[in-house]
Design a protein around this ligand. Structure first.
Ligand SMILES: Cc1ncc(COP(=O)(O)O)c(C=O)c1O
Length: 431
């Protein structure tokens, strides 16, 4: 029977004690523990809403991404729990979030990073200082030396690239992988579907079947990535497809990488199912399993703080803020999605409705239409939630608008400005 304080203290226990505790729990207790840890995390995030509402916004330079270390750590704890229960390894995907100011915290929980090429591999090597696994759709001749230098594992997207660089990487002591297309995904937007008919990502099974035998001696593991913000039921169906096509090649490999897109730290994610899938797979094939989520590491752990610069009128009242959808939250327009603004609701639900738009010349640089209890006025702060992931790594200086500062809200409540951008950054980026 699980004690309340066991749950509270779980994350504080040293490795050995956690393992002993888990080994002594029966299936029902394990299920209860998972649910209780998810609830605990949810509570911390809920309590943080007040903190976010009452930050000293007057003192915060805007626009600014404010990253919350307490919340990142809550996400890390759940990822670590999956590792505890399965012995899998979890890498953070730098493509989603690469703010090294919080790497010291993250590295305490995770096994390393996955990188998309030379620069991310180097950042991982220099700043995360744990395992670096690199995958690129194709490596450049003039970068491969650096990729090999900074990576522990290199994953190739074709037999041509494996042939060209694989032996060299092997001689340098790297583990070698091939990315395959599992032939199944449930991602509707083709922009984010790595398994669509025109996808270049991952070797398709017919090509794999005809070439693998000649190269199998070089290969340590297989990698697939087919999920996007999804739950473990989708992973289960992707795994079925992957096994159907590639199962006969898996015994004897050292590792299988299940890619990213696992929304493990989202409320309602079925962690027990994920744990079951990893454990069954490990047992059946005797391989180490890697996951490489990006979003899950920093989900809901950062906000973008902006200031109202002006209010103009067309058919609606329009608030022009100092943050841009186009430049500072590009996925809002690309995906597209509607970020939440703290204290707001859907249009016309609250008394005062505004279109929220950026300072750029792009007509479509608007975040959406929101309603508020009070009229917005010039100088008010507008705070967008869930902005740590993919926003900072993808932002631009379109129109010469400065990039938002990067601020870290420490566990002690202090706010550190880790980066401010100005004219020099803009100028140097362009020539
Ligand atoms: C190969 C690979 N691994 C990991 C990720 C991280 O995915 P997410 O941030 O959705 O978890 C991606 C995202 O595109 C990816 O392409």
């Amino acid at each position: 029977m699980l004690e309340g304080d066991t749950i509270e203290k779980y994350h504080l226990l040293p490795d050995k004690k956690r393992k002993r505790l888990l080994a002594n729990l029966d299936e029902n207790d394990l299920i209860s523990l998972t649910g209780a840890l998810q609830d605990l995390k949810k509570e911390v995030f809920k309590r943080k809403e007040d903190v976010f509402l009452n930050l000293p916004y007057d003192e915060i330079p805007t626009p600014a991404y404010l990253i919350d270390e307490t919340l990142i750590e809550e996400n890390m704890k759940l990822l670590k729990y999956v590792k505890d229960r399965t012995g899998c390894k979890i890498l953070h995907a730098l493509k989603a979030y690469a703010t090294s100011a919080t790497f010291p915290l993250m590295r305490r929980y995770l096994d390393g990073v996955c990188a998309s090429g030379l620069n991310e591999a180097r950042l991982g090597f220099e700043k995360f200082k744990k395992e670096v696994h690199t995958f690129a759709a194709a490596y450049r001749e003039d970068e491969i030396k650096g990729v090999i230098k900074y990576s522990d594992t290199i994953i190739f997207n074709s037999f041509y690239q494996l042939e060209r660089y694989g032996r060299w990487a092997k001689e340098e002591g790297l583990s070698i992988g091939l990315r395959v297309n599992p032939g199944y995904s449930e991602v509707e937007n083709p922009m984010y579907n790595p398994c669509g008919n025109t996808s270049r990502l991952g070797i398709i099974h017919t090509v794999f079947d005809s070439h693998y035998e000649s190269y199998s001696h070089l290969v340590d593991g297989l990698h697939f990535h087919a999920l996007c913000q999804q739950n473990s039921d989708v992973l289960e169906r992707v795994l079925d497809a992957f096994e159907g096509l590639f199962g006969k090649y898996l015994r004897g490999l050292k590792w299988i990488n299940f890619g990213g897109g696992h929304h493990i730290t989202r409320d309602g994610y079925d962690i027990e199912r994920l744990i079951g899938l990893i454990n069954r797979f490990k047992k059946k094939y005797g391989v180490t399993i890697y996951l490489e989520p990006g979003e899950a590491s920093v989900l809901n752990a950062g906000v973008l703080v902006s200031t109202v610069l002006d209010i103009v009128k067309n058919k609606e009242e329009i608030a022009i803020i100092d943050a841009s959808a186009e430049a500072h939250m590009p996925d809002v327009l690309l995906m597209p999605y509607r970020p939440h603004i703290i204290g707001s609701d859907m249009p016309y639900v609250k008394k005062y409705t505004y279109v929220i738009g950026g300072p750029s010349c792009l007509a479509g640089d608007t975040v959406g239409t929101y309603s508020f209890d009070r009229p917005l006025k010039i100088g008010d702060r507008v705070v967008f939630t869930d902005m740590a992931l993919y926003s900072i790594v993808k932002n631009t200086t379109f129109n010469g608008i400065n990039l938002p500062s990067i601020l870290v809200l420490g566990k002690d409540g202090s706010i550190r400005v880790t980066k401010k951008f100005g004219y020099k950054d803009y100028k140097n980026r362009l020539s």
